[in-house]
Design a protein around this ligand. Structure first.
Ligand code: AMP
Length: 138
């Protein structure tokens, strides 16, 4: 198995079969299972079989496996509206320090993901300067 295991990581333990999960799908690089405290019926997690805390810690070949599997979960649950969410860092609402993608069905206003969207006013000069700066680093 291609797992880089961290002894204290709950998701590494799930990958290793040391603690149980409601496994939905597995490939050599990825595992998908139901979230134990769902925001809605069908809320599931897709995780790389590689321990890394944030997106930038995960090799690209693990990441490319993930979205097609999230797509399978959407189809399997029959979700018509849904969010794909991946949190990085405590301040960004990450509780488990092993990269995971949420697939969260949004069946109605009450269930599923609720989000704030604090849009800021656009200063076009600042936006253009930032665009030039970041474009040169991509
Ligand atoms: P996050 O806030 O993005 O780190 O989300 C972590 C998610 O992992 C939460 O939705 C938890 O309900 C879920 N979770 C934590 N432990 C388990 C577990 N043993 N099995 C399934 N889901 C879990």
């Amino acid at each position: 198995m291609a797992t880089s295991k961290m002894a204290s990581c709950i998701f590494c333990k799930i990958i290793q079969g040391e603690i149980p999960c409601f496994k939905l799908f597995e490939s050599d690089k990825t595992l998908a299972f139901l979230d134990i405290n769902p925001l809605s019926k069908g809320h599931a997690l897709v995780i790389p079989k590689f321990h890394g805390e944030k997106l930038t810690d995960i090799p690209d070949d693990y990441l490319t496996d993930i979205l097609p599997i999230a797509k399978k979960l959407v189809v399997a649950t029959g979700a018509k509206e849904y969010n794909i969410l991946q949190n990085n860092g405590r301040g960004a609402h990450q509780e488990v320090g092993h990269v995971h993608f949420h697939m969260i069905p949004k069946p109605n206003e009450q269930e599923g993901l609720g989000i704030g969207w604090p849009q800021q006013k656009t200063d076009m000069d600042k936006l253009k300067a930032y665009f030039e700066e970041i474009k040169s680093k991509v």
